[in-house]
Design a protein around this ligand. Structure first.
Ligand code: BGC
Ligand code: CA
Length: 297
């Protein structure tokens, strides 16, 4: 197994890695830098566009467009100008909220959750966030509220369970998931993190049904069995704040990992964590992931 920094120091809060199979490129966002990035590992090209507001998630749509969960809206992004076209607004009464992590389910719905104002990393005004779902007809439904820091999500291989993270619970939770209707129910703990493991942030699932979790503040990505709650593997990184991961590459067997330098001083970055806010690629894990689901527009 090997860990390589493929893009070094390219922002503040790198998040939402998304492997785009058609273009074989990695998209990700810099939430606090207000930028969306595209990296082509085959030729090393790295482009970015400023979208003018805090951005949580980037996904592609079936019609080939780019969609964001950004500030308090779902919006299309025009890559050539950075212009956003609002599709739907959320949290209209909570103007200081922002969208954080999100993902599409197997029926092309776009799920994403919000977070309240954060005074320093992981210190938020409590219970301001909610979990939303944007449906193909562009209607929005709310599925959970009183969330502190809405974060990663993933679905079991049979699509009967949705895994979800509110970071400050220090758990990965499970819901029964109805793929046909998009309803979730029966919220319960699936994986409990120890203090040493830090805060659960973004995650993805592999083809064996195991979860890969970016552990914020503990320099690691852990692999868990969500049925037993057991930790199976740890991959360490030379930075503290790992935010998320996704599988990519021609065979979907490389793990791309995002990190953050939010709240870390220039001094510490320079002397102790020169790779903070980099993109890492892990190869040789011996497992594969899935192509990302797209929004059904
Ligand atoms: C959020 C950060 C937060 C971190 C730790 C990230 O997903 O975007 O603002 O500090 O999770 O919980
Ligand atoms: Ca995250």
């Amino acid at each position: 197994m090997s860990v390589t920094a493929v893009l070094k120091n390219c922002g503040v809060l790198l998040e939402s890695p998304y492997w785009d199979v058609p273009s074989q490129t990695l998209y990700f966002v810099d939430g606090l830098g207000h930028t969306v990035h595209r990296f082509n590992p085959a030729n090393g090209s790295h482009e970015q566009v400023n979208v003018g507001e805090e951005v949580g998630t980037i996904i592609k749509t079936k019609s080939g467009k780019i969609m964001l969960a950004s500030k308090c809206r779902f919006a299309y992004l025009d890559w050539s100008t950075g212009a956003l076209t609002t599709v739907a607004k959320v949290d209209k009464d909570l103007p200081n909220n922002r969208f954080n992590d999100g993902k599409c389910d197997a029926k092309g719905r776009f799920w994403a959750g919000t977070i309240g104002p954060e005074s320093s990393p992981a210190v938020v005004l409590p219970k301001q966030g909610s979990l939303f779902c944007l449906h193909p007809d562009k209607s929005v439904t709310k599925h959970a509220e009183d969330i502190d820091i809405s974060n990663g999500m993933a679905w079991s291989l049979d699509n009967k369970i949705m895994y979800y993270i509110d970071s400050l619970t220090r758990m990965i939770e499970a819901f029964d998931f109805n793929l046909e209707t998009g309803e979730i129910s029966n919220r319960r703990p699936a994986v409990k993190l120890t203090n040493e493991e830090g805060l659960p942030d973004g995650m993805c699932i592999d083809t064996e049904g195991m979860l890969w979790l970016g552990c914020y503040s503990s320099s690691r990505v852990n692999r868990y069995n969500p049925i037993t709650g057991e930790k199976l593997q740890t991959v360490m990184f030379p930075v503290t704040n790992i935010t998320s991961c996704c599988f990519g590459g021609p065979n979907l067997d490389e793990l791309y990992v995002t990190s953050s330098r939010e709240g870390i001083s220039d001094e510490i970055v320079k002397n102790e964590q020169p790779l903070a806010a980099s993109i890492f690629k892990v190869t040789g894990l011996g497992v594969t992931g899935f192509a990302s689901n797209e929004f059904d527009d």
